[in-house]
Design a protein around this ligand. Structure first.
Ligand code: CTP
Ligand code: MG
Length: 222
């Protein structure tokens, strides 16, 4: 079973507010992208990697992979306007004989083999996809502007992370036929096509780096 990883690294990092795309902001000694790239490359579960790079940062992305000795990087595509568009472009570089696609956000640097094993095991159990998730500690409300419309049942809610794993042809179908404009993760596109997606335990260390405070909190973990 061949597992291809798609590393979504093409975002601009608007909320981080730095002069460069988020993937090239320093986390410890290296660009943020280096951490997830090295970890995916070192994983025995991963056979090959396609990187979606920020427009104009394709060359630095390839150089970084070379510097790090990441020999599994097969190609680097130019990302699109949205995450879904970037993943779609990377998926086009995944060969037809790939069995599984593992999609990961570069904004979540500390991916590890334990979570990769959990999502892949779910596929072996017959699920179409699997996503790591955490229970919520805050109460979540649906709002309309500044007015609360409804309080959701917390026990039924999960905060979903990456890496997300999918049977390759299921993910391709979801990306060919889904509404990419509104999707914020891959699983939602698979769900919309009727795919069965399993929740597996996530990890606090997989929390996404979104703003400057996240970067400060996560840097000591390198
Ligand atoms: N991503 C991508 N292509 C885009 C937008 C996002 O590949 N056009 C990737 C980001 O690089 C990141 C992941 O999707 O690894 C999650 O996105 P997010 O955390 O929102 O990153 P940014 O879009 O860069 O940040 P912001 O929304 O603050 O601009
Ligand atoms: Mg974004």
């Amino acid at each position: 079973m061949s597992v291809w990883a798609v590393l979504a690294a093409a975002g601009s990092g608007e909320r981080l507010g730095t002069d460069r795309p988020k993937a090239f902001v320093r986390l410890g000694e290296q660009p943020l992208l280096a951490e997830s790239l090295e970890r995916l490359d070192a994983s025995d579960w991963v056979d090959a990697i396609v990187v979606a790079a920020p427009p104009g940062w394709e060359e630095p992305s390839i150089l970084l992979a070379e510097e790090l000795g990441c020999s599994k990087v097969s190609s680097c595509v130019t990302g699109g306007q949205t995450r879904a568009e970037s993943v779609k472009r990377a998926l086009a570089e995944v060969p037809d004989d790939a069995a599984v696609v593992l999609v990961h956000d570069a904004a979540r640097p500390y991916v590890d083999d334990a979570v990769i094993e959990r999502v892949l095991t779910a596929l072996n159990e017959g699920w179409d996809g699997a996503v790591p998730a955490l229970s919520l500690s805050d109460t979540v409300k649906r709002v309309d502007g500044d007015r609360v419309v409804e309080t959701l049942t917390r026990a039924e809610l999960r905060a979903v992370q990456t890496p997300q794993a999918f049977v390759a042809h299921v993910l391709r179908d979801a990306y060919e036929n889904g509404d990419l404009a509104t999707a914020t993760d891959c699983a939602s596109l698979v769900e919309a096509r009727g795919g069965r997606v399993k929740i597996v335990p996530g990890d606090y260390r997989l929390v996404k780096i979104t703003d400057a405070a996240d970067l400060e909190r996560m840097a000591p973990l390198t």
